[in-house]
Design a protein around this ligand. Structure first.
Ligand code: FAD
Length: 317
């Protein structure tokens, strides 16, 4: 059975859900082998939950400076693991850091890069949504070991308990002259909300929300559903909500189980980041808004009347 390298996304103590999704995707191609990059002791903390989700080996790439530099240690670790173990493929989450790591790795390996996969079959053919969501294509790397970024939410995490063999990768020292050092980290979103790309439910607000205060109705519905809050670019550009929550072509891509769009018209650049969500609900007062064509459930009405009723209904259950 070939093995497939998976770059583990984590916060030092906890594995992010997107990694469990990668492990499920990797199992379609072979035995998942997790690569953990972090400070000493990280792989030991995360090993058990990785094994429970199907990792048959855990490669620990640990150093005291691993958490201090952006992307470079992950690329070094993956390159080492590829050269030492010749995997069938490398899977990385299509997050901001993951995309950069994958592109750098593919360049170093002179290998094919397949981005933003939403499906993957056992022969290595991936399904991608491209050109801002205009086309769905199936692609396969024709050169080298495929490096594939996978859209968070596109695969269901699966429990597949077993034992994982531990291995050690010795990271080279990071060259500070050619690597970006992390000097500050943005504070995590307030409260207990899940991260946007981790969440199974996303409630997003657009320009129709009308302002920062208007986003309270979006947050209240998200909290009632245990979901994350997203925003359209128009809402972000207008300063209603921070940029880190932008969904779309130039923001984050989500494949939620449930995506609720409040006061969002449905421009193609927004759809590019959310249209692979399983169930889409749109609330818009314009019956001609393009998002209503995509939505599974549409409500034509004022979001300030509809969203609080939804929140109340959910909270009552
Ligand atoms: P609008 O298009 O202004 O729509 C607001 C909607 O709210 C309208 O449909 C209106 O009927 C409705 N509404 C108003 N009041 C209410 C109410 N009280 N109740 C219910 N409905 C109401 N956009 C993104 O979102 N993400 C991206 O990543 C992104 N990247 C881009 C990249 C490029 C290169 C370009 C050119 C554009 C990009 N855009 C992106 C912008 C995109 O083209 C749209 O301008 C943007 O998505 C519009 O946001 P919106 O739907 O919130 O605003």
């Amino acid at each position: 059975m070939p093995h497939v390298l998976v770059l583990v996304d984590h916060d030092g103590d906890r594995v992010n859900k997107s990694t469990y999704e990668l492990l499920a995707a990797a199992r379609r191609l072979g035995d998942p082998a997790a690569v953990v990059v972090g400070t000493p002791g990280t792989a030991a903390r995360l090993g058990r939950s990785l094994a429970r989700h199907g990792a048959t080996s855990v490669h620990a790439a640990e150093s005291t400076e691993a958490a201090e530099f952006l992307v470079t240690p992950a690329v070094d670790a993956l390159e080492l693991a590829v050269r030492e173990t010749s995997p069938a493929a490398v899977l990385v989450s299509a997050t901001t850091d993951g995309r950069e790591a994958a592109a750098r790795l593919a360049a170093r390996l002179d290998a094919g890069l397949l981005i933003d996969a939403v499906d993957l079959d056992s022969s290595g053919v991936v399904t991608q949504i491209v050109f801002g969501g205009s086309y769905t294509v199936r692609s396969q790397a024709t050169h080298g070991i495929p490096v594939i970024t996978v859209r968070p939410g596109a695969f269901e995490p699966e429990e597949h308990p077993g034992e994982a063999v531990e291995r050690t990768l010795t990271l080279p020292g990071v060259d500070p002259g050619t690597s970006a050092r992390i000097t500050a980290r943005r504070a995590a979103p307030a409260g207990d909300r899940p991260g946007l790309t981790e969440a199974t439910v996303v409630v997003s607000g657009g320009r129709g929300v009308g302002g920062t205060d208007g986003f309270k109705v979006v947050e209240e519905l998200a909290d009632a559903l245990g979901g994350a809050v997203g925003a359209s670019r128009a809402a972000v550009d207008a300063g209603y909500y921070p940029h880190q929550f932008q969904v779309g072509q130039t923001g984050k891509s989500v494949s939620a189980q449930l995506y609720i769009a409040l006061g969002i018209s449905g421009a193609i650049q927004h759809l590019a980041g959310m249209q692979t969500s399983k169930t889409i609900v749109a609330v818009n007062k314009d019956p001609e808004a393009p998002i209503l064509d995509l939505a599974d459930y549409s409500v034509v009405g004022d979001l300030f009347e509809v969203a609080p009723q939804l929140t109340q209904e959910v909270a009552a259950r």
